[in-house]
Design a binder for this molecule. Sequence first.
Ligand SMILES: Nc1ncnc2c1ncn2[C@@H]1O[C@H](COP(=O)(O)OP(=O)(O)O)[C@@H](O)[C@H]1O
Ligand SMILES: O=C(CO)[C@@H](O)[C@H](O)COP(=O)(O)O
Length: 502
Amino acid sequence: MKKYLLGIDIGTSACKVAIFDKAGTLIESGAGDYPVYYPKEGWAEQNPDEWWVAVCQATKELFKKCDIRPEEIAGIGVDGQSWSAIPISAAGEVLCNTPIWMDTRADKICEEVKKKVPEEEIFAVCGNPFVPSYTTPKILWYKEARPELYAQIDKVLQSNSFIVFKLTDQYSQDMSQGYGLHCFDMRKGTWDAQMCEKLGIPLSFLPEIYPCHQVVGTVTEKAAKETGLALGTPVVAGGLDACCGTLGAGVIHEGETQEQGGQAGGMSICIDEYHADERLILSYHVVPDKWLLQGGTTGGGGVMRWLHREFGKYEDLRKDELGKGALVQFNDLAEVVPPGSEGLIFLPYMAGERSPLWDPRAKGIFYGLDFSKTKGHFIRAAMEGVAFSLRHNLEVAKEAGVSVKVMKAIGGSANSLLWTQIKADITGKPIVVPYSDAATTLGACILAGVGVGLYESFEEAVALTVRETRSHEPNLDNKEIYDENFAKYLAIYQNLKTVMDD
Ligand SMILES: Nc1ncnc2c1ncn2[C@@H]1O[C@H](COP(=O)(O)OP(=O)(O)O)[C@@H](O)[C@H]1O
Ligand SMILES: O=C(CO)[C@@H](O)[C@H](O)COP(=O)(O)O
């Protein structure tokens, strides 16, 4: 009896694979790392073939670790990071590293395009601003900067559709990742041929659009050998990681909200009607006929990953002695610093900033240093800065007429009790933590489960699978200091913007 589901998540920091049963119990999980390359200022790339190698290794190891047989997997769901532009040749080869969602190399191209096609016209079709982080300008960058490569492009894929292609040999474009392309009609969920022409994006580059839970194909013989999966296992189209995490956190009704702490930060508010705001991000949910109004920042868990990489050697050395990983030791150091970090304020614009500033030239800043500040101050200020960027997005969403009551936290950062509490205190919103960093793969599995008929509906799937692990109420004692620091956080950017622009 095929009663298990397998989820694959192409995160920015690593790929995660997980097997769940129908009741949403995590049977086994694994991960595989790959690097982000930063070859020039404003560039951030990954190699999709390295994603595939990581998926193959992690999946093979997963089956070695548990006593589930590959033949018992009823369906596979794949989710992944946003706004890739993976150029695929007619022979099915990856033509170069893909610029990822943090990459702003196409900044100038955006300015040129907007002179020819009014931004309001583009926004009216896709509900998103025309800025370099998205997929469209990256395709245009290939055309301008790499004409020989551009001439070889047959299809442009997203992170999840690339893995679906490797598994099934079928091209697809799921509904939720359509938001990366400004010629995707965000009201109808179809390609807009006229806008493709205006922007200079060949329709032939764009795969057929699938509902996220629809089966695209089955695991091929080659993919079965490489991954250890069973030949013929159904694979659904899958979707954006933020959307799958939202589903895996049980956010499927109007007003319910997910808070994300992967490499990126932000939130996704579930809405039943199209509601766009140029300061925010709009995508389809992976659940049909629903949209997500998103805040997507560049600084999230990735800020802690960077602090660890650059300043965490000592904690790495003490890992065995203390029986605690470096990030847990970082949390201990931050915990003893008072709320507000005694005036140290961090702007987490580590790859420019996405919503609501949309400023590729924005810079990361620590403000308020003096000789009394310790490593713990830096760590706590970094956590607080990421929470300020979340509050900034929530306030813009409120101005746009979409309010949030409670948030459900997902992603690696939700493993930190301190960081989650800081986010609750700074935003003034209660935060519930469901399956934490397994919510995204659970969401991908739910898509597969609905797609192969293991669940009758999304409602049934969420009711059966989504569980809460803990919750955080805002501590009002910290409100005054955080309000004060948030005002300074906004002012620091406003006052330094001209310097950043130089
Ligand atoms: N205990 C912790 N404290 C703070 N941050 C954490 C902790 N555990 C994980 N993280 C952060 O979570 C991030 C990874 O989250 P994940 O959801 O796996 O990201 P992605 O989907 O981008 O690959 C890392 O950047 C890491 O800094
Ligand atoms: O753009 C978004 C969501 O719209 C980002 O959240 C990326 O999809 C990155 O996800 P992680 O790798 O940080 O999970």
